[in-house]
Design a protein around this ligand. Sequence first.
Ligand code: NDP
Ligand code: PMR
Length: 397
Amino acid sequence: MALQAFSLHPSALSSHKQGKANVGLKESAYLGFHLSGHVEPHVWPLLRQSKRSNGLTGIRAQTTATASPAISRAPHEGKKMLRKGNVVITGASSGLGLATAKALAESGRWNVVMACRDFLKAEKAAKSVGMPKDNYTIMHLDLASLDSVRQFIGNFRRSGMPLDVLVCNAAVYFPTAGEPTYTADGFEMSVGVNHLGHFFLARELIDDMVRSDYHSRRLIIVGSITGNTNTLAGNIPPKAYLGDLRGLSGGLKETAGSPMIDGGKFDGAKAYKDSKVCNMLMMQEFHRRFHEETGITFASLYPGCIATTGLFREHIGLFRTLFPPFQKYITKGFVSEEDAGKRLAQVVDDPSLTKSGVYWSWNKHSASFENQLSEEASDAQKARKVWDLSEKLVGLA
Ligand code: NDP
Ligand code: PMR
């Protein structure tokens, strides 16, 4: 009940120095600083339109690896550091999201807005990892309900904070489910939360990012290796495959044909991998539609196999026991939550990772590099179709 109240009012913010943070942010926002690469106000209305660019920028094959500095380095671009950045991270109550929130909050350069479905869990999580309380805010967001996304957007806007970076991180995974479950709007849950909820959120908040005066605005959508069939991990059945999108066009409802994007029989593991393909496709489609005119950086990433997170909570016990040592000693793809958090924090904050349209990965020396997406996950035509269908489903078209 208490949570419900949080979701309905501007007071859905936690109170950590909110007022204090706002004063500073509002002041800086109205001081009239305008930094290079920013969009003039006349461009804002354009962003409402569903613009398509023909200048497709392909994701490049693996290129030079650049060792990225740790998040704890000295503040960069000193002259431009006018204020703390505001970064919204969805699903920051555990795993990768929490570790990223902690890394950014500890850097002192960020106010982290933890956008979480369980307010009290988020509060406990932030305290348990010792996040400096002046550097974070918690706001309620349940991606399984478009109404909740709308409320979050309203609450965020009422807070007066500019939006500088949005990280679409939250996800659910139902590998053992025999039957699909559905969001409040009737979409199959994995694609509904991981893709459609985030798509709606990001599509709406782009306008807010355009208005930000921050020197480097970024939209980051977390992807994964398992959605990429050009890798060994992506070839473990069931493989991601969106097909002709007939299930998505039916709204992912059993009654309209199928809860799966490709129109097939429900498979929880495949639905998750399909949702990750959508995440990676949408990052590139955002890039094509908005990068040139807004200067916003759009990026996705595979942070490594964080085998210990809550993502696997629905998996059988044996899997949860064997998966971490399997990834640590056999595939060597294992990464701790802390290290994965530092990687995602780099994509948020590192001045050398401003290139847009990139899917970042890290090599065994923990150096970031631009990775190559699978054929399907880089299919521009499919991306456009997923975008158009998703806009219809979330009521934006
Ligand atoms: P976790 O389960 O630890 O974190 C997922 C977060 O999403 C949790 O905070 C969870 O909230 C939140 N969440 C779930 N449903 C909703 C919802 N309806 N509304 C709002 N928030 C929600 O998993 P990870 O940290 O592993 O996953 C984070 C991201 O990393 C995901 O995008 C995942 O696909 C990606 N990833 C993970 C890998 C791994 O090996 N673990 C590898 C590659 C990518 P709550 O705490 O309330 O449950
Ligand atoms: Mg996979 C280099 C090999 C590699 C990597 C990096 C991963 C990552 N996995 C690899 C290999 C294998 N996996 C192999 C050889 C097998 C067969 C034994 C295997 C199996 C497996 C299962 C059953 N792997 C899995 C599962 C899951 O349920 C996880 C999943 O698909 O979640 C969607 C998973 C994962 N393997 C990974 C990563 C990163 C995951 C989980 C997280 C994700 O993609 O978001």
